[in-house]
Design a protein around this ligand. Structure first.
Ligand code: DC
Length: 212
């Protein structure tokens, strides 16, 4: 039996943190699908056509250095608006979501397009200011020299593009639970997400094989 957990939301809302914590709790594999688009965006920045980059993607590309920069994030958002690029990345994500046991994917279109039958759908969000502060702290801790205003403008531009694109725009699935993390600690947000998933598992009589 498969139990997929779909986590969507805008940039820096806490999707990745929640996804990783749920993965550790339930012993499920986790895929940060933003990394796929970032890896394509990175190759495009070094001169490769977007579709070629998407088709040539390998799992090793997801481990590359420099995928988390703001520049690569913008390039990822741009290539993500191209339907052919999205189509080239679809099967890989669906196969991951459908593997036996459980799987957790986070991104922008997991509950709406990649995994519309996911057992649990979360839409993780937070105010623009909170998200910008979190991302600013994360980037400056890695040595980046950026103002808070620049980080806020970057997130807002990326979210606007991700929400307005015609193909698989960022939006909550109709049956998603919205989790606003603006005033929640990481632990509180993770606790809520785990409680929701645990209740769904009980309703489906699904028992995860937890890691030791
Ligand atoms: O999650 P992230 O910020 O690393 O994602 C980078 C960009 O990739 C994001 O701005 C939009 C795109 N993306 C997408 O279109 N669909 C996904 N499932 C994941 C990311």
């Amino acid at each position: 039996m498969n139990f997929a957990i779909a986590i969507d939301g805008p940039a820096a809302a806490g999707k990745g943190t929640i996804g990783r914590a749920m993965a550790a709790h339930f012993g499920f594999p986790h895929m940060d699908t933003g990394l796929l688009y970032r890896a394509v965006g990175r190759r495009v920045l070094s001169g490769m056509p977007a579709l070629e980059a998407a088709r040539a993607l390998t799992p090793e590309d997801l481990q590359a250095d420099g995928l988390r920069t703001a520049e690569v994030g913008q390039a990822a958002s741009q290539v993500a608006a191209l339907p052919q690029v999205r189509a080239a990345l679809l099967d890989f994500q669906r196969a991951f979501a459908q593997r036996a046991g459980g799987a957790i994917l986070d991104g922008r279109d997991i509950g709406t397009v990649i995994c519309p039958d996911a057992a649990v759908k979360l839409f993780v969000t937070a105010s623009d200011d909170v998200r910008a502060q979190r991302r600013h702290a994360e980037l400056t801790a890695k040595g980046a020299d950026l103002t808070l205003e620049a980080v806020l403008a970057d997130l807002q531009a990326r979210d606007a593009r991700d929400m307005q694109r015609a193909d698989a725009p960022l939006k909550p699935a109709e049956d998603a639970m919205v989790l606003d993390t603006s005033r929640l600690s990481i632990d509180e947000a993770v606790e809520k997400a785990i409680a929701l998933a645990t209740a769904r598992m009980a309703a489906r009589e699904f028992s995860p094989i937890r890691p030791n």
